[in-house]
Design a protein around this ligand. Structure first.
Ligand code: PEP
Length: 250
């Protein structure tokens, strides 16, 4: 049984005072931590230190939203895995569709970033997903298979130490959600692809759904056999919504 995994992606939101207020509300919730599960918040780089301190000894762990594929050197603006590790970062999102689209990250680059995370003991959350036009052209499965295969080729059996997030791009931040069956079909394909590679990893790796997940649509989604949790944008900015997502029984 894979535990429920709920990961918030704050994207480029927050401020020192708003983060403090959010975490105060989140951590005051009496039920948080009573349920088994893995909970994380992926915050902007400048807030790693603040959020790391506030989350200390809580059931919610720290995550980042990107990582350099280099270990160190003349890469202005980049942040290395070792730096993330120093702040207690446990998860890092790699290959989010916004980075693939706006920063031209390729499948190979995403795979190298996942490797950089693992080399530093940080769990990569590897995002895959199709655009609306790819979906309309019936290309969903070939696209996500290609994205996952690039990571499998580089990481080999280390894939067992990763998380995967299926995020249909047309559902991110749009209020449009994939139907639970539609998402399940993709998750099952991803798990089959993992199983062809490494059966043990396939049963172990959590595959999260992301795309307008909210407390009122998550229960049905998480009831699907291959959907193990969520990667959540908008709803992770509202403490009561994130708490409600973490409290869902699978
Ligand atoms: C995301 O940022 O990965 C995401 C899924 O956003 P939202 O939940 O807002 O659609």
């Amino acid at each position: 049984m894979r535990p429920l995994t709920m990961v918030g992606n704050w994207k480029m939101h927050g401020s020192l005072s708003a983060n403090q207020a959010f975490l105060q509300e989140l951590l005051a919730a009496p039920d948080l931590g009573k349920k088994p599960g893995r909970f994380a918040l992926c915050v902007p780089y400048p807030y790693l230190a603040q959020v790391s301190q506030l989350l200390a000894h809580s059931p919610v762990v720290l995550g980042a939203q990107d990582i350099s594929d280099h270990s160190h050197g003349a890469y202005t603006g980049e942040v290395s895995g070792q730096m993330l590790k120093e702040f207690g970062t446990r998860y890092v999102i790699v290959g989010h569709s916004e980075r693939r689209a706006y920063h031209h990250e390729t499948d190979d680059c995403v795979a190298r970033k996942a490797k950089a995370a693992l080399l530093n003991g940080i769990t990569p959350i590897i995002c895959v997903g199709e655009t609306e036009s790819e979906r309309d052209a019936g290309q969903t499965l070939p696209v996500v298979r290609r994205q996952l295969q690039a990571v499998l080729d580089l990481l080999q059996n280390k894939i067992a130490d990763c998380l995967i997030a299926y995020e249909p791009i047309w559902a991110i931040g749009t209020g449009r959600v994939a139907s639970p069956h539609e998402a399940q079909d993709v998750h099952r394909e991803l798990r089959l692809q993992l199983a062809k590679f490494d059966a043990d990893a396939a049963s172990k790796v959590a595959i999260l759904y992301g795309g307008s997940l909210k407390p009122d649509n998550a229960k049905e989604m998480l009831a699907m056999p291959d959907i193990d949790g969520g990667l959540v944008g908008g709803a992770s900015l509202v403490a009561k919504d994130f708490l409600a997502l973490c409290a869902i029984d699978q």
